[in-house]
Design a binder for this molecule. Structure first.
Ligand code: PLP
Length: 349
């Protein structure tokens, strides 16, 4: 239970040749044009920074997102800032509030620093219940909104996120985790993080950009906040990034057509399988805007995960609040055929 995403990846690795749709990785690698930029940097690996890659990445992101460049910072993945936010802004007297189910990394960091973690169930449409979140702990230090949410893939309307920003304690931080935002076309929370000094947005290159093993993430936030998050390392650790990843990310963010095409392909794969499940009388939860969906088996999800693994398909975990519901990552069309065949065999459909 300590590192559940990593554990899922280990399980997928242990079974050579298994279909890996368990850890919300991208089924394919970085865009070829971005991978090529990374390859070039391998031969220059003797330099901490061959030229000015770091600034070029931040400028590229600033122009794509329409956010001032001094509010963008790059990290070796988004897990690092996701842990630093509670360490910096929560405490034994200022807790953390999240939805349930949601991405649980922050629960574990909260437990370690002795901050009370309060969980408010998702609404019936699987968006965050921001009013219930505030009511659950009106004096928290950190309010965490994951949108699209892991594991449901569902969006929380920007108006609700804005409401939470406006109504939380002034000195509390609203952390909006947008790891899966590239599968959503509507407004995102970057505008809030650009305009306010109490909202932090997290992004990652691990998902749509296919760079989970290369490690690159972003924060969009006021420098006053990120300076606090870097107090123990003086910005040294944050500043030292793998230049292969920086080069790859820099080229990736500008590929609007490739991003759209990859999103469309994965959305089609997701919808096809969700429709198939529902037609077969298996309940797939609606509303995902990400590379994942959930399936309510009506019986323990752990057993279904094991039975499907026996068919060489590794699906994701369940959450304690919904023990009968598994998360499934959207893979290639071929991966999804393998998943449907495994489900049909296990459930005798
Ligand atoms: N946030 C969410 C919602 C995630 O699902 C994940 C990974 O699964 C992360 C953050 C961390 O990803 P990374 O550290 O690879 O950026």
């Amino acid at each position: 239970a300590r590192f559940s995403e990593a554990t899922a990846q280990q399980a997928a690795k242990a079974v050579e040749g298994a279909v890996r749709i368990g850890a919300n990785e991208c089924w394919t690698g970085p865009f070829p044009v971005a991978a090529e930029a990374a390859m070039k940097r391998v031969t220059e690996g003797n330099w901490y920074e061959p030229t000015n890659e770091h600034a070029t990445l931040l400028n590229a992101v600033a122009s794509v997102e329409g956010v001032p460049v001094d509010r963008i910072l790059a990290w070796p993945g988004s897990s690092d800032p996701l842990s630093r936010v509670p360490v910096t802004f929560a405490s034994p007297t200022r807790g953390i509030v999240t939805a349930d189910p949601t991405y649980e990394a922050i629960w574990r960091t909260g437990a370690w620093i002795g901050a009370k973690v309060t969980k408010a169930p998702l609404k019936p449409d699987f968006s965050h219940d921001v009013k219930a979140m505030l009511a659950a702990d009106p004096n928290a230090g950190v309010y965490y909104v994951c949108s699209p949410n892991n594991p449901t893939g569902t969006m929380t309307p920007l108006a609700d996120i804005q409401w939470l920003a406006d109504n939380k304690p002034k000195d509390a931080i609203l952390l909006v985790d947008e790891a899966y935002i590239h599968w959503y076309d509507g407004p995102n929370a970057a505008s809030l993080a650009a305009a306010r000094d109490d909202v932090i947005v997290l992004r990652t290159f691990s998902k749509l950009f296919g760079m989970a093993g290369m490690r690159l993430g972003l924060t969009i936030a006021s420098p006053a906040l990120t300076d606090k998050m870097m107090r123990y390392d003086g910005g040294q650790v944050t500043g030292m990034l793998p230049m292969t990843a920086v080069a790859c990310g820099m080229v990736s963010v500008t590929q609007a057509d490739l991003i759209r095409a990859r999103r469309a392909e994965m959305t089609a794969n997701r919808n096809e399988t969700v429709d198939w499940l529902n037609k077969k009388g298996v309940k797939a939860l609606p509303g995902s805007h990400a590379n994942m969906f959930m399936v309510d088996w009506g019986k323990p999800a752990k057993d279904m995960q094991a039975a499907i693994m026996a068919e060489n398909v590794q699906i994701g975990r369940s959450w304690p609040i919904w023990p009968n519901v598994s998360r499934v990552t959207v893979g290639s069309a071929t991966d999804m055929v393998a998943f449907r065949n495994a489900v049909a065999k296990v459930l005798k459909l």
